[in-house]
Design a protein around this ligand. Structure first.
Ligand code: ADP
Ligand code: ZN
Ligand code: ZN
Length: 818
């Protein structure tokens, strides 16, 4: 009787593959174990067994497996069920889900590059003969592929050898980044122990009787300590006493002062732990009780809490609850919001039960966390992570928190699986009978809609913690300012005045310039008008090659205008402006200010982002210019002013979510102002001071924004009323692509009784020499999704069976997010 195993391969394959196994293997293998299998010519992959059976495959001869890699399953049945849901909902291959779900160190294959782990010294006598051969080869050549090692050992079954070496840290996978971040050390000054007691103080002052300046400095130190009631930094002492660092050093040399260093975030904790055991404010407590109540009959609950309302503290209390019930908790955030600040805040509460998991962690770290979660270890009861953390092998999952749920980065764009982590997390929670909490100060339209229609529970928290006031938002009319010549570069006199004031008070400033500032729209320099599509609620995109303006959504186009359609001015511009330019202008206007920049160029590398954040927090930067990265839940104490350089290029981005996003972005950025005692100030520069979104931001009118946008979504057939599936077709041959995409669109139109738009040319219509066309299917609410997807899948299959279209690549994106 032959025996077989079904294996998922880490390749874009829709189906599992059948391999033959011996009877002994048949009894040893369980679903969820990894198996090394041959595939194609001479290639070996780490597959995952999902089923054992006795039915030979119909279409091919089953090949034997090469090796069983695990003694125990490392993937759970719940994970497999979840992955299958992702594959079917997002219309992608199960192999793609498998590949992206596993840490790559668990997926050795022939092409994997292995290197020596230089941070460990190896006692060669402890290595087996085979291990020693690999080790020796790596001494000569810094890296080897699995293929090379197969040659060196003269056998094919080498994954077990490599795995053992990896576990013992002798080798690791080659990675681009392995730098580890050391939080900044801050220099502090304290009195030498000897003088700490009161009685000695007199002696000290006596000692300094003839050194007037030094005595003064010591007295200043006492004053600072008395006022701030916390450790005194060298920087602060030098500033308040108005002396040089050398003067302080002289006292250190005399043995009167002592210098010591602490990590910045450590100090935060110590303050925190000393000052307060976490007690919720009454507003927080109320929200907390409401959430718990809502959990009784709703699986998903939205916590809509204004910026700085203390949502994190509520999460912490909830996590405590679930831990007490012996449940695991998953806390998902956008990658950029996953800062050391937050991690420290959680570790302060939960100690070593917190594990962090995201793509910037090293392979070994990720495998370690994977195993801890699998074992339901004490070390991984709370997992904080970016979206991939939901692929971990949870066991007793009780609660999933999705913070900043409105963030579009939760949707993976490329490569497949193109899943939305918030939505996939809700499905995961459902599988476990767990609860999901979605948190945001500016919920997505979709989520708020679900909350309003009672599909989700809904909790509001509308006051800031500590009764800090929401910032005062002032609108600056750019049209008027340009007209009256009150602009220096992109800065209005109003903004300049406020910056000068903040600087003079040693307060910090954040200036926000949207990354999409570069998006190619045409703008009138005189009146700020941006040409709009007559049929859709979006601005026309400038297509340089054709000197055309096009609508991204309905495909209509017009020639590049010679003058403004609103005011006839010929002063049209197509350029946005970026963070770099603002930084330059600032240096002219405020030559003495220390200006920092945070955008994709300056935050490369594993901790680039944190480094800038740290130096801003340390006061090494006075004005921080940045893109939307600034909007992500950062908590600064000394920022009194936030400037939004130009609200319009967000508003006129060609995307049906542009208004929603503008509201979210401006509200979030504004929320960085004035988080401590003083009321913060926000300046929004715009050509459209009366634009509804600008008004809604100023008034904090989320509901107004929501109902207006919802109305538009209904009229123009967008989510939540319609589900979007976007098909992207690519090919190097322009004509072939054109024909193929027309064929596909018209067949879809024939078989689907719903709007099918396109094919249209996207604004970037050729990438790496491939031409691109897109087709958008809009599925009305209430229509059976899976049946529609099946129809689409069938049509795609027949598309592929037309030989002339087969080479055209088609990418399916379900719940498309721009
Ligand atoms: P949000 O996430 O809602 O924007 P945070 O959770 O970051 O707000 O809280 C804002 C600030 O208020 C933080 O500095 C936080 O430490 C503080 N805070 C919130 N709740 C409490 C509490 N119960 N006790 C003490 N401080 C709190
Ligand atoms: Zn004009
Ligand atoms: Zn249009």
């Amino acid at each position: 009787m032959p025996f077989f195993v079904e294996v998922i391969l880490p390749l874009p394959l829709v189906k599992t593959f059948t391999y033959s196994v011996s009877e002994m293997e048949f009894h040893a293998i369980r679903p969820g174990m990894r198996i090394a299998v041959p595939f194609g010519k001479n290639r070996i992959y780490t597959g995952l067994s999902v089923e054992l059976h006795e039915n030979p495959p119909q279409l091919y001869e089953a090949r034997p497996i090469q090796q069983i890699l695990d003694d125990q399953p490392i993937v759970t049945p719940q994970q497999l069920a979840h992955w299958n849901w992702i594959a079917s909902y997002y219309m992608c291959a199960i192999g793609d889900v498998y590949r992206s779900a596993m840490p790559s160190a668990l997926l050795l294959e022939s092409e994997t590059v292995i290197q020596q782990n230089t941070s460990f010294s190896v006692d060669a006598s402890e290595l087996s003969d085979e291990e020693f051969l690999v080790y020796q080869a790596l001494q000569q050549q810094s890296s080897l592929t699995v293929q090379d090692i197969i040659a060196i050992l003269g056998k094919k079954n080498i994954f077990p050898v490599l795995r053992k070496m990896m576990v013992r840290n002798v080798i690791s996978l080659q990675e681009e980044i392995s730098e580890s971040y050391k939080p900044k050390l801050v220099r502090y000054i304290r009195l030498h122990e000897e003088f700490e007691r009161d009685a000695k103080l007199q002696d000290l002052l006596e000692l300094l009787r003839n050194a007037r300046k030094q005595k003064e400095l010591v007295l200043q130190y006492f004053q600072l300590k008395a006022i701030d009631k916390k450790p005194v930094t060298l920087k602060k002492l030098v500033e308040t006493a108005d002396v040089s660092a050398a003067a302080v050093k002289a006292l250190v040399d005399k043995g009167i002062f002592e210098e010591y260093q602490l990590q910045h975030d450590r100090i935060d904790f110590e303050d925190r732990l000393e000052e307060r055991e976490l007690t919720l404010s009454s507003a927080q407590q109320k929200a907390f009780d409401e959430i718990r109540n809502s959990f009784k009959d709703k699986d998903v609950t939205l916590l809509h809490g204004v910026t700085s309302s203390g949502k994190t503290e509520i999460y912490i209390k909830l996590i405590e609850d679930f831990l007490a019930m012996g449940k695991q908790v998953l806390y998902l955030l956008p990658e950029i919001a996953l800062t050391t600040q937050l991690v420290s805040r959680l570790t302060a509460h939960f100690g070593n039960t917190v594990a962090v998991y995201h793509s910037k962690y090293s392979n070994n770290e990720r495998v370690e966390t994977w195993n801890q979660v699998l074992d339901n270890s004490d070390k991984a009861q709370v997992i904080i992570g970016a979206r991939s953390a939901m692929f971990l092998p949870f066991f007793e999952l009780g609660l999933i928190i999705v913070d900043e749920e409105h963030e579009q980065t939760f949707k993976q764009a490329d490569p497949a699986p193109r899943y939305h982590a918030r939505d996939a997390a809700i499905v995961l929670a459902h599988q476990f009978g767990a609860k999901a909490l979605l948190g945001s100060a500016t919920p997505s339209i979709e989520t708020f809609f679900n909350a309003q229609s009672q599909k989700y529970g809904h909790v509001e928290l509308s006051e800031r913690y500590g009764n800090v006031m929401l910032p005062d938002i002032e609108i600056v009319d750019l049209k008027d300012k340009y007209f009256r010549k009150k602009m220096s570069g992109h800065f209005s006199d109003t903004l300049c005045d406020y910056i000068a004031e903040a600087l003079s008070l040693s307060e910090q400033v954040i200036l926000f310039q949207n990354r999409r500032g570069f998006s190619p729209v045409v703008e009138c320099l005189t009146c700020g008008h941006v040409p709009q599509c007559s049929q859709c609620d979006v601005s026309m995109t400038y297509h340089k090659g054709k000197e055309q303006l096009r609508c991204h959504y309905c495909g209509s186009s017009m020639a590049f205008p010679r003058n403004c359609h609103a005011c006839q001015s010929t002063d049209l511009t197509t350029k946005g402006f970026g963070t770099e330019q603002i930084q330059h202008e600032l240096l002219d206007i405020f030559p003495n200010a220390k200006v920092g920049r945070m955008d994709q160029d300056t935050t490369r590398g594993k901790f680039g982002f944190e480094k800038i954040i740290d130096s801003f927090r340390e006061g090494e930067i006075d004005i921080l210019v940045g893109t939307q990265m600034l909007a992500k839940g950062l908590d600064f104490n000394n920022v009194s002013l936030v400037g939004i350089m130009n609200a319009d290029n967000m508003l006129y981005h060609p995307d049906f979510r542009a208004f929603e996003r503008s509201y979210q972005m401006m509200t979030q950025v504004a929320g960085r102002a004035g988080r401590s005692q003083k009321r913060g100030k926000v300046i929004i520069q715009t050509y459209n001071p009366y634009h509804n979104i600008i008004r809604q931001v100023t008034d904090g009118d989320y509901l107004g924004m929501f109902s207006e946008q919802l109305y538009e979504r209904k009229i123009y057939k967008y989510p939540p009323y319609f589900k979007l599936i976007r098909l992207t077709l690519k090919h190097r041959d322009f004509e072939k692509l054109k024909q193929g995409s027309q064929w596909l669109a018209s067949v879809l139109q024939q078989h689907l009784d719903m709007p099918v738009l396109g094919p249209e040319e996207p604004p970037v219509s050729r990438i790496r020499n491939e031409y691109i066309r897109t087709i958008m299917v809009k599925i009305p609410q209430g229509r059976p999704l899976s049946r529609t997807k099946k129809t689409i899948r069938k049509i795609l299959d027949s598309f592929e069976s037309v030989s002339q279209f087969r080479p055209i690549k088609v990418v399916v994106n379900v719940d498309f997010v721009n």
